[in-house]
Write a protein that binds this ligand. Structure first.
Ligand code: GLP
Length: 241
């Protein structure tokens, strides 16, 4: 993993946005893997700014999001589809038909997950996958114990993740217990990965991911097996390296 440490989250997010923008300029029909959560927020803000001020062009870009809560539709304020519309899709010239987020209300999740993976393959595979990391070191919703070869599927959320996300839902009991998520194996097939982690709460997960043994208990450690991963951290998240 190539590790880049910036002084704070804002500087790190700007660096990440430039990295993504370079990829889009080099390959206008880039397939981007996208993430939700607080970590990529500032990166999306900067991408919108680059679109508005420098004409960064998303017209040919295709996107696939990592995950979605089961049971939440696109209009639910905590659904990841809603998050993406609000923080990126509605503000750049992405074709709506080229944005993909797993459907939290699919009728048959087995079929839906298979089709989602097929759509990624049909698009030519993911060129650049953006990733955040959970405090327990998970990527997407690949909670501790997920197979490192896993594919897109349903996953039960770990209690730590439910606790972490309760603030968005106004209470732990309101957080969905299940999510549909790309697998670790799916993520590892991306041509490049860009991992973001900010703040002291991520320091242990970052140390385990970069320097720890590869283990299904910390699914981000699987990124050590990937040839092209860039980690952009702020000083607080990198302080145990
Ligand atoms: C959730 C998401 C992950 C994200 C993680 C960390 O579990 N499924 O994709 O990386 O939260 O979120 P945050 O960036 O808000 O710390």
């Amino acid at each position: 993993m190539r590790v880049i440490i910036e002084s704070d989250a804002l500087a790190a997010s700007r660096r990440a946005a430039r990295f993504i923008a370079d990829q889009i300029r080099r390959k206008p029909d880039t397939v981007l893997g996208l993430a939700t959560g607080s970590s990529p927020l500032e990166t999306y803000r900067e991408l919108i700014r680059l679109h508005q001020t420098e004409g960064l062009d998303f017209a040919q870009v295709t996107t696939f999001n990592l995950d979605e809560y089961v049971g939440l539709g696109p209009s639910h304020p905590q659904s990841y589809r809603h998050f993406m519309q609000q923080h990126l899709f509605d503000h750049v010239n992405l074709a709506p038909s080229k944005t993909h987020v797993p459907d939290g209300r699919a009728l048959d999740f087995e079929v839906h997950c298979r089709v989602y993976e097929q759509q990624i393959r049909d698009a030519g595979g993911i060129d650049l996958q953006l990733l955040g990391i959970g405090t327990d070191g998970h990527i997407a919703f690949n909670e501790p114990g997920s197979s490192l070869g896993s594919r897109t599927r349903l996953k039960t959320l770990a209690s730590e993740t439910i606790r972490d996300n309760a603030r968005f839902f106004g209470g732990e009991e309101k957080v969905p217990r299940l999510a549909v998520t790309m697998g670790v194996g799916t993520i590892l097939e991306s041509r490049r990965c860009l991992l973001l982690a900010f703040g002291p709460k991520k320091a242990e997960a970052v140390r385990n991911t970069v320097e720890g043994p590869i283990t299904a208990q910390v699914t981000a450690t699987a990124l050590q097996l990937h040839r092209e991963v860039v980690g952009i951290f702020d000083e607080a998240a990198a302080r145990l390296l």
